[in-house]
Design a protein around this ligand. Sequence first.
Ligand code: HEM
Length: 458
Amino acid sequence: MHPQLATSPSNPPTDSAVLPPKLSVFKSFPPLFSKDLLTLFEHASKVPLVRLDHIGFRLFQLNDSALMREVLLDKDRRYCKGRLMRRLAAVTGEGLLINDGERWKQHRRLANPSMSGRRLAGYAPAMAESAQLLVERWRKLPSAQPVDLIEDLSRTTLIALLRTLFGVDYDSRYAHASEVIHTLLNALVQRGSALLTPPLSWPTATNRRYKQKIAEAEAILTRIIATRRAGLAEEDDPIDLLGQWLRQREQDPEHFTPEEMRDELMTMLIAGHHSLAIALSWTLWEIAGNPDLQQRLRDEVDALDAAPSDASELAKLPLTQGAFLEALRLYPQPPILLRDARFDHDLGNYRIRAGDQLILNILAVHHDPRLWPDPLRFQAERYPGINLDHLMRAHHLGFGGGPRSCIGRRFALIEGSLLLAHTLRGCLLDRAAPGPIHPRFAGMMVPSKPLLLHVTPR
Ligand code: HEM
């Protein structure tokens, strides 16, 4: 039994609850064989809760925003991260993303200060600097040479993450980090969705490649920690998360074991730049495809005295922030969340048993016309008076919801808005690849073809 499953239900199910309907084999198999799980999430999204299981274990897809609110917010104690999510443990160990219970609470408390307003304000100049580096590079490119958004933004968000949370400068030794993380997430999705997955200890070619990538990620993290430790001696009050944790361990070695620290750092490395790079790539892709919106955004950023490097200037950029949030609505990263039921209970009027696995289909909520008028249209104006804590109540689950919502959401919004402001001030953006480009599922909602732009200095 999963460690978080409770044997005695504190919320017993009622007799009137029903078993959710089952998606027929004929309907669920074509999308499964299309090799893109996104088509399955879209395909089975018309009912609030649907059973997808055909081979013994119970798997449900949840598409309804009210039920999702119960799982994430109101009744979140009935659920834990679950078995599918725990497959990440091969990479992140027992980090925040997959932890539950007391250990999660304790580690979240340890990580929270690194996302406080004061620290975020301190990170903003480094975020702005990495954005400016990108703009300078783009401005020097020959006019016919397109930029690959995912590639360029992965490097830029990694540079910012290394500087802000890890306190180290990017150099060529980290150049393959984004590729390693991308490959690992892809492999995790394949392992998670395959009907039969050989245990990691079996010496198959796929397992060997997977373990090789895990070892590469380990080596990157080890290098980051060693570099930071070497530079720490001269600093009184490090601002970065890694510097703070290393200092705390110097003063109190019991504070955090080296293994716990490694797991949380790997979690931040994996969670802290890949999703942001993809979200920003889709944002710039949408902006480049909409000249009117691009002009209005440019008017907003041109009204500032200079390219912003201060988090307090975000208040003057509501449309820019809206564009970023809108990309997260249309292309949520990730498009699904995973939970397991800890005990028997009713979810709405549906009967759920301990151990049932739930796929929370964020995409279905974000594309629901009852919640979002004209849901497939990119409209950056949808978010007047942005308040991240209110987003969830407005059915925007781009950063999840409730106690397990994204710890890095303010970090992401600040970095995202700064980067958009810098690129819009520095360059004109045009699509270089014919659209539309559809997303596909690789843990995140990645583009099925490269997102290529022509950038012209202005
Ligand atoms: C656009 C950027 C980002 C998006 C869309 C995003 C999305 C999410 C979502 C949806 C969750 C909830 C997962 C769940 O409920 O199972 C989450 C959790 C998390 N995110 Fe983010 N995230 C982003 C950026 C970041 C950044 C920049 C960091 C760190 C620097 C970060 C670190 C984490 C961590 C550690 C968790 C687990 C929190 C917990 O369970 O306590 N994320 N993220």
